[in-house]
Design a protein around this ligand. Sequence first.
Ligand code: FES
Length: 538
Amino acid sequence: MNEKIPVKFLPSGKTVCVPFDSTILHAAEAAGLWIDAPCNGKQICGKCRVRIVAGNVHNNRSVHLISSEDILNGWCLACAAKVVEPVTIEIPQPSGGHVVSEIMVDGAEVQLQHDPRKQGHLGIAFDLGTTSVAATLFDLFSGVERESAATHNKQIKYGDDVISRIAWARDNPDGLVQLQSSAVNTLNQLMQSLCENCGEKISSIRHITVAGNTTMQQILLGIDPSPLGEYPFEPAFKEPQYVPAQTTGLLAGEDADLIVFPQIGGFVGGDTVAGLLAANFDNIEKPSLFVDIGTNGEIALLHKGRVLAASTAAGPAFEGARIYHGMRAREGAIDQIWCSEGDLHLHVIGDVEAAGLCGSALIDCVAMLLEEGLLETSGQLCSAETGASKLKGRIFEDEKGQPAFALTYETDGRSKIFLTQRDVRELQLASGTIRAGIETLLLKAELTAQDLDGIYLAGGFGNYIRREKALVVGMLPPVHYMLIHFIGNASLTGAKRVLLSRAEMARAENLLEHTEHVDLSAQPEFSNLFMEHMMFPE
Ligand code: FES
């Protein structure tokens, strides 16, 4: 039915014409009016109540959230009630009429409703990663970002990747409880320290959003992740989850709500949905690639309005784990390594003494060794005798008799921070699996690297990577390096946007609808591509 039906809103007096069967909530949005709807129209929260002043609506699903007496008095849920004839609707104050402004979140405009009831309320957005957890605290009324912090996920003692965490939950009677309380403790600690730093009380936190991979999100909600470890690797939910925060053990305000991101497939979770939102994949027309590098590598290819999304077990190498002197990208981490006129140069975050190297330096170092002829394309480090570069003097034999490359030295001349042969193998595995995933998706979409208009590189350490070096090690397909854009911690950016604006979750759900999950393990070409890309490019 193409008929448009007038809906008049009080007290503003605004009238808008909407298609038959539109919800009152959509009509209000079309009229530029705002109705408080914390569950985003899921008919869970019961907060979007409006009153029918004249006319009738179709309203058959909201009875459980509204008393029959209120229904008789004309009350209905704006997200459930549908327009079938001309109606006049009263939006109770103070729900309607808030000032709406565009605010910037990580460089993008987001619509924020300045609800006076949110004065003094705080909100927090989390990127719940397997290895690292990042958080940003906001003032919910003004949308002002107060402070950010990151820490290790306390679950790390149960294994450093999702497979080990799933196994822990499956094989130990208290496994799920232990994992869930470790995740909750990590989030609580971050909330506590951010609030303390800002001179605020943790009870002022009223709204929490979390984006994480499928395993992390399910564990946080106390949902057994074991089915994620077995065929058909189905997630327990795909739609966003809205729950009272305190039911999970999160220390926030009494009535604080927790929104957990929707999920695409077994290993393509809320962090990817949040990342696609941050990369604005719903507003890009030309073929584009999204790559989020963390403990898992999430890859999504946009082509003709559809998105193919996959996950690869990249391992935690880029986050510093399993690397002999690896660490996260924080003060003391070497984040850049380069060779100039035969000499080695390092940059350390914070310009302090080097304590280790982070993921970007790992890529830099391997790329430099390849360029200097000290590393074969097979990944074998040369011995000090065979190398040709001036840097070959830095190659030594470690205690296992394997070649290693010294980055810094102790005062007595012993190597202090160095790259081992095993570290190179870890990078080969991580980089090869990401590249094989990318090539599989390109093949599936019948595209080549030359068709790509942009590669959006996300990940906590993404901004530190030098694009040319990621190409040298073969982690990304051969494109002009100017086509590679860093978008930082896209999972956190997506979580921030949804924290501040309901419309952003609607965008995320729309992206989800246009996304197809690709199980790489079921793609016959994946293992051959992986073997091929384990080798560094010539
Ligand atoms: S019930 Fe939550 S928005 Fe309508």
